[in-house]
Design a protein around this ligand. Sequence first.
Ligand SMILES: Cc1ncc(COP(=O)(O)O)c(C=O)c1O
Length: 430
Amino acid sequence: MTTRRTILKALAGVAFAADMLPPAAEAADTAVDAARHRAHLDPNVIAKDEDFWLMVRQAYVLDSNIVNLNNGGSSPAPRVALEAMKRALDAANVNPSIVLLREQEPRVEQARRELARLFGCESMEMAITRNASESLATLVMGMDLKSGDEVITTDHSYPRVLQTWRQRSRREGIVVKVLSPSSEGQSQGDLANLVMNAVTERTRVIEICHVTNVLGRIWPVKEIVAQARLRKIDVIVDGAHALAHFPFTNAELNCDFYASTLHKWLGAPIGTGMLFVRKERIAGMWALMPQPATLDNDIKKFEETGTRPAAMRLAILEALRFTVGIGIDRKAARLRFLRDRWSARLVGREEARVLTPSDPTLACGIGYVATPKHDCVKVAARLMEKHGISITAVPTWREPGVRISPNVYTSLAEIDQFSEAFDTVLRDLA
Ligand SMILES: Cc1ncc(COP(=O)(O)O)c(C=O)c1O
């Protein structure tokens, strides 16, 4: 007999054409309702429930010719968020000076409140920016530093942030110390010690990723922030890969400065980011675009970039409703389950060495595989051309390799398809 379950099983791994899908809001509600009905179950049990994740998948429009395992770059937004953005864009275009400025901009405040709730801060500490790059440039450029002051960062930080520090160094003579922790084998204590042991009496700032973009390694933010605070050193945290990827709040981390992008793991449209600055620290930070002194204490001084659409920021609300609705704890468990699934097949392989730790407290959905016997660019290209699988090659990393980053819509069948294809490609290119 054909049951809903067997139909769902048969559909697992299928990408839906837009006209086959239920309406966006209905699909999102179905997934969120299904999560609510499973609230009594352990997230690790739900992680293996393909029926549930298929419902989540229906909330997206996906390209049926491609298995997208590059969500670390940017993720598709669920349809419900994308449609909210498009509706708002259309509405604003009818009469921008009334609709955009008088109706939509005030509604962005709701998104600010909800984002603040997710991160665990007050609304007046949450700026909504265009992406993590803007938030991080605001922090890096906005701190008063003078020639000879030291900044400690690492080569695991995002290249654009390192460039921003280097520009300050060239222009103002600040000293940027870039540490090089090894790619594997470091405990949280090792990483915290490495950073803190580099501190001198001239150190003013430490800048670290919460989750690194190549290895997907979760860093000991709480420990570094606590130790740095004792020494009156500011810590800038780049959370581009952390927010809405796995559960945490700033009540645990106790950061003063935290930046993220919202188009990677929250599922908001491209063009959205967040910047948290603790309220006591806002006045001491300069905005990227000069602002009047009356805004010194106002978090919105970091948002003043001229006229821009409110549509993306309004769609944050739908992304939040969806992502928080399916459960960030369930999402994290699913992403870890998928990572364990493909990485288990690579254990002991010399030509494909997983450098991301398997310990669930040290990583989540992102995994990195060094391919020492192959050109990683060719591996990624072959996977795409012959197998329709999209991953990221990182030839610039000290152990060149590939990064795998599935999302909540990724099926187990797709992960296994990747594993098979990866084996074939490594064999063919040997
Ligand atoms: C760790 C990290 N920081 C910052 C960024 C910048 O994000 P965006 O391009 O959204 O500004 C990225 C993007 O990949 C990243 O991986």
